[in-house]
Ligand binder design. Structure first.
Ligand code: ATP
Ligand code: LTN
Length: 329
């Protein structure tokens, strides 16, 4: 595990993953895994910034873990694990908290958005969330972090914290780059194309969940909010149609121009039906594999334990170096 560059990314087990997280992030993880040493983490510690019933969190976690494998991440070639199984994340996070300014955290748009939505639970974990995320990445000396557009600001903060720490103590952390795909990095809600599709949102019609049946998927696309000018083209004035074209291009592997050309003379009804069918077709094999994996929980738990052992070993090296440098006895 030495000469190849390192990739790290994480996903929260706050619900069923959406088409947004697939197209913005997870679909790239598998492609990147042949050229890098990769760690993909179910970030259950990040998930508890919202209140979740323990049984639900445990179940979400296993389901999410199974999605990683179902989407093609081979546990023999990638390190797949749960964040809470590697205590070094929490330990480094505390240290990095002391190298992060409140002013920086105050500027984080995800914190502002999430605290505006959950006014009754603006907890300190939500506030320091980006520091734990920085610890996740820096522990493994990751070079590249494949994420959706919404995580760009957190990545920039992570780089700033790492540079600040390195300035004091020498070359401790690798400065990571974000990998954000040219399109698909911000899939919008189907009912609300002004807002990001998000698994923890209440409106199920806004989201395509990876577990949705073909019928549900097609129904949701048929109901997707568009506009009334009957032109299928990318445009800032047409957020609904642009979102559907982007989704279609991502799932078929076509360019946006090819997708536009294909539907140049089509009506909205036919277009929406085609997008729904293309998405349902893309998800079907993953769903089958996910169901197979979920039928053997003991196997999933064993894979997670192996992943955690490898991650613990890697993380311990960075953590020890940090502890020595800052003067812990
Ligand atoms: P939550 O609603 O719980 O905040 P989420 O669905 O926004 O969750 P995650 O599932 O934890 O976010 O995100 C996993 C990865 O998917 C991240 O890299 C994130 O940037 C990306 N992602 C999430 N939603 C979208 C989206 N709508 N479009 C593109 N990428 C996305
Ligand atoms: N903050 C991310 C999830 C996340 C992550 C990470 C992504 C936690 N730690 C480290 C990349 C690298 C989110 O909200 N989707």
């Amino acid at each position: 595990m030495s000469e190849r560059k390192i990739i790290f990314s994480g996903i929260k087990p706050t619900g069923i993953p959406t088409l947004g997280s697939l197209l913005g992030a997870m679909s790239h993880w598998e492609k990147l895994s042949s050229d890098y040493n990769c760690l993909y983490c179910v970030v259950d510690m990040h998930a508890i910034t919202i209140r979740l019933d323990p049984a639900v969190l445990r179940d979400n976690g296993r389901n999410m873990f199974a999605w990683l494998i179902a989407l093609g991440l081979d546990p023999e070639k990638n390190i797949l694990y749960f964040q809470s199984n590697v205590p070094a994340h929490a330990e480094l996070s505390w240290v990095l908290n002391c190298y992060t300014y409140a002013g920086e955290l105050n500027r984080m748009t995800q914190f502002k958005d999430k605290s505006a939505k959950n006014t009754d639970n603006i907890n300190a974990g939500l506030y320091t969330y980006p520091v734990l995320m920085a610890a996740d990445i820096l522990l493994y000396q990751a070079n590249l972090v494949p994420v959706g557009e919404d995580q760009r600001q957190h990545l920039e903060l992570c780089r700033d914290i790492a540079e600040r720490f390195n300035k004091v103590y020498g070359d401790v952390f690798t400065i990571p780059d974000a990998f954000i795909p040219p399109y698909g990095a911000r899939i919008m809600g189907l009912q609300n194309p002004q807002n990001k599709m998000s698994k923890s949102d209440d409106n199920a019609n806004d989201c395509i969940y990876l577990s949705d049946s073909p019928d549900e998927i097609i129904k949701k696309f048929k109901r997707a909010v568009t506009d009334s000018d009957n032109q299928i083209k990318m445009s800032e004035e047409k957020p609904g149609i642009s979102n559907l074209l982007t989704i279609y291009a991502c799932v078929t592997g076509k360019t946006l121009a090819e997708a536009e050309a294909e539907f140049a003379d089509a009506g909205y009804g036919h277009f929406k039906q085609s997008v729904g069918e293309a998405v349902a077709q893309t998800l079907a094999p993953y769903q089958k594999e996910h169901a197979r994996l979920m039928s053997d929980i003991a196997n999933l738990d064993a894979i997670a334990a192996k992943g955690a052992a490898k991650a613990n070993e890697m993380a311990a090296k960075t953590l020890l170096k940090v502890k020595e440098l800052i003067g812990f006895n």
